[in-house]
Design a protein around this ligand. Sequence first.
Ligand code: CA
Ligand code: CA
Ligand code: CA
Ligand code: CA
Length: 668
Amino acid sequence: MRIKNFGVRRYLLLGLLIAVSGIRTAAQDLMQDTWVATDGLGRHMPTSKEVGPRKTDKERTIGIFYVTWHTMNLENVPVVGDVSKVLSRNSQARIDGSLWPQNVGMFHWGEPEYGYFLSRDPYVIRHDISMLTDAGVDVLILDVTNAVRYWDEWNSLFDVMEQMKAEGNPVPKFCFWAYNGEVITVVQDLYEKYYEKKLHSSLWFYWDGKPLLLCNMRPDLDANGGGIRHHNLHYDRDAVTNKHNPHYGNPRYTEEYYSDYTSEVKAFFTMRNLWWGYYRWGGKRYVGTEDNWSFGYSMEDKRVSELSPLQRAATHKGSIEQMAVTPAEHPISITGKSWRVNTMQPPLNDHDEPVEAYVPWLDKTVSNPQAYGIYFQDRWDEALQVDPPFIYLNDWNEWTAGKYPIGKAPGSEAPGPTSFLGRKENTFYFVDQYNSEFNRTISPAKGEIGDNYYMQMVQNIRRYKGAQPIPVNKGYTKIKIDADFADWNAVDVTYYDTRNDTLHRDFPGYAHLRYVNKSGRNDIVTSKVAIDRQNIYFHAQTSGMLTPSTDPHWMLLLIDSDSNSETGWYGYDYIINYQIIDRTTTTLMRYTGHKWQLVCRLPYCYVDNQLEIAVPKKKLGWNVCDTRMEFDFKWADNPQELRTPISLCTHGDSAPNRRFNYRFLWEK
Ligand SMILES: [Ca+2]
Ligand SMILES: [Ca+2]
Ligand SMILES: [Ca+2]
Ligand SMILES: [Ca+2]
């Protein structure tokens, strides 16, 4: 209890200092582009060695479509409609809509790693922001494409981003994307509610010198056919006729509808049109044209796929400006995650998943291609070849889509699609997403897809942006395991982790679910490693007082001693603190192929928020006369189980985050 209070007080003090001085803690560069990892498919995260240093010769920006439509009212839907689960129960459900749960509204294509979360869940927001900044994402593109304003969800998002920023964590920026419906009204509303009031201005994303607004530059036309009237937010009928009305005769109040974006909006924003990359749209050539950004490409249309990647890139003043990268297209166009230009969509099994498909970089055919990111990598390769200043990713977290009766347009009685996935007998169809083959989600999922798309995204962002070199430690340092941590000041290289990523979760989900996770305990913020002739020393620092080492799974230190993910437990050959003897003695254990086995006892010491441990070099396979060393390591506090590397990131804190490891490099 005392320990907890101490942590809280420290936090309050930090908050007070910020409030009093008005000074924000500068964001710490966590140097995430130096972290190494191997993903669930065995793909290695490229480092500076492979991709070169951080590229600074021109602008390179990553934007990602971030959805906030998992609103609080969805807590009250009767059940979660999860397409993957519906199809796994009865394969006939892929044709017969009457076998589906009713009154659900939107259906999830699968289950998110977070569970069926709602957008205002601060735990979800924090982890999203953390994952996206670790990846190198610069800007969240917030969805207003259907004219729905998610004020509560956006405010929750911005509040958490502001908090994280104040704590010294790096965060991305945001911009909005409005398109269908009363887009002029929507844009005016966004302008007046946020931008005119300078709200969250430090989070605004600037492009070409002004805040970026993605919108519909032909507001007379939209995906629903257009012809929409854009209500003036300030219309006052009285101001038209009443000479005593203070706004009498002022068109800002007397015009019932907007005819164009207001002059203030036009002056304030850098505006770009953003829509699906059709060959033609609204009677004009679209993909790859001036100021027309795409959120994905109609690759199933030969006129689009036969353009060179460069010809698909949007231009501004004639120069290449933007490209889109998506994991798939739409089920309605039968263009899923395993679709390729030459081989098209692979045949589907009775769960509407591909029977098999060829994975080009493995040069082999696999039976679960939807887990591999085949379409995704093709689009990444094209974007990296063109190297535009802006790459737009669609999407992070859309997760849900509507199910519509066959023959009718979505949500109307107008004629609509008459077949689904090539089947005339289907009683329903999905437009945007459907199951694990037909969706564009990048954020981690439960099941075999896991975080494959996230890791693939990070790998490709590294290729796009380059990476800082991994820092090299030099020479011997004298460290004593003595509860005095001043000796660590002599070590220059620090490894960083996100602050405050131990925040507990207690929030509703879809369909009366409640998600509780109170496993966050010790918040690891920095670590160091030192070398002398005999030993390797490890140091860790947490944001609050360390809890007692008698706690379960306390400050585990995992070591991949050969930097080889194919040896050890998911690469980790050794673990420290898995068995702790007492207040000053812990253990080193080695993975023997099926379990952890004791190697030796180790001295360790912890006081307040710091910890130091010594390991004899020889016990980790190094010699006293070695002049170079390299290994990977990771701290993990309070995982509930050591089942997979994902167990390390769904509970407690790991440093670095998720599957990543720090790489220790040393020269004598
Ligand atoms: Ca010491
Ligand atoms: Ca942390
Ligand atoms: Ca290993
Ligand atoms: Ca962490």
